[in-house]
Design a protein around this ligand. Structure first.
Ligand SMILES: *Cc1c(COP(=O)(O)O)cnc(C)c1O
Length: 338
């Protein structure tokens, strides 16, 4: 079996592109001057201002930074935990929600998505919210692992009807062409969560949570003071100055996603779902997902087997959009197997 370094890695929604050599050289020269013997700025003041302007975040809203957005999910869950409190989220969904709610003793309650298209059915969703009265609702837009965006009006109704906090997780916003950022001023129980991981900086670990100062101040009390290390602070600032490069890479990935989607759609023995993220979910009809997964590894390609991981994902696999060459290798290996 090929070692993981040699594998074409399409399992974790990473950006497959690097940076030009001259940009890397400039970045390394910035890092030369970092005082690693000193503690980082605990409040990340300049990085937060930087994010505010580069990401065009709404004025009047504050930003909380996390060591990846997983860190922020944990901070929010810890803040909202208490006896009998419920954490609700669409299912199938992002696995960390369940794991974190278990760690902090929140009662996890999945909202089953419609089996055909993974949409959120409005009336069922509202009934579940009335029944369980969740303290915390997480909605990933687009959703992972299904890749779809939920109907905007349904999500808005959830925000209105939820008795507690609603967090819209926009981990894939760079590929989605849609956001709830502009709704923050309309609701006092809404926060928007993002990460730079899927855009191309997964190794640096930086997530950011945006919302009204009243919420962000409270959550900041739980955050450990030095959760963003000095190398990440300096490096992210450097890459934000060149953010247009990441935007262009995301555009390329979206174009290649559509090519890959059509190629998978042309295969008779699988169903592929449209995606607004940088990955595609598909279901095998005549083959076991586990054996397809294994045989792809034998051919040097790593994707994600989701069969058995959550309800609603029988015989499903998820592939990250890679470079055109990686996608071609994947398509030809897969069509050979099916
Ligand atoms: C990948 C992902 C995250 C976590 O990203 P970090 O690398 O921890 O910033 C959060 N939410 C969703 C829906 C994801 O898919």
């Amino acid at each position: 079996m090929p070692s993981s370094r040699e594998l074409i890695k399409l399992d974790a929604m990473e950006n497959p592109y690097g940076w030009p050599d001259e940009v890397i050289a400039e970045w390394l020269s910035v890092l030369k001057h970092v005082d690693i013997n000193r503690y980082p700025d605990a409040d990340c003041i300049s990085l937060r201002e930087n994010l505010h302007s580069v990401m065009q975040l709404p004025s009047g809203m504050d930003v909380l930074l996390g060591n990846g957005s997983d860190d922020l999910i944990q901070i929010i869950a810890m803040a909202l935990a208490g006896p009998g409190r419920v954490f609700m989220t669409p299912e199938p969904g992002f696995v960390m929600y369940r794991q974190i709610s278990r760690i902090v003793n929140l009662q996890y309650q999945g909202l089953p998505l419609e089996p055909g298209d993974f949409s959120l059915e409005r009336d069922k969703t509202l009934a579940a919210i009335r029944q369980y009265q969740p303290s915390l609702v997480f909605i990933a837009c687009p959703n992972n692992p299904t890749g779809n965006l939920f109907d905007r009006e349904t999500v808005t109704t959830i925000i209105q009807e939820a008795p507690g906090l609603v967090v819209i997780d926009e981990a894939y916003h760079a590929f989605a062409g849609d956001t709830f950022m502009d709704c923050l001023s309309l609701f006092d129980n809404l926060l928007v969560l993002r990460t730079l991981s899927k855009s191309g900086l997964a190794g640096l670990r930086l997530g950011y949570l945006v919302g009204p100062p009243a919420w962000i101040n409270e959550l900041n009390k739980i955050r450990l003071p030095y959760n963003i290390n000095v190398l990440t602070q300096k490096s992210v600032a450097f890459f934000l100055d060149r953010y247009d490069l990441l935007v262009r890479q995301a555009e390329k990935i979206c174009q290649d996603r559509e090519i890959l989607f059509r190629q998978l759609q042309d295969m008779d023995s699988l169903t592929v779902w449209p995606s607004r993220a940088n990955f595609l979910l598909f279901r095998c009809h005549d083959r076991d997902a586990a054996s397809v997964h294994e045989e792809l590894i034998q051919q040097g390609i790593l994707i994600k087997n989701l069969h058995g991981s959550q309800p609603g994902l029988d015989q499903c696999l998820r592939v990250t959009v890679g470079t055109p060459r990686e996608n071609e290798c994947f398509v030809s290996a897969l069509s050979g197997l099916l």
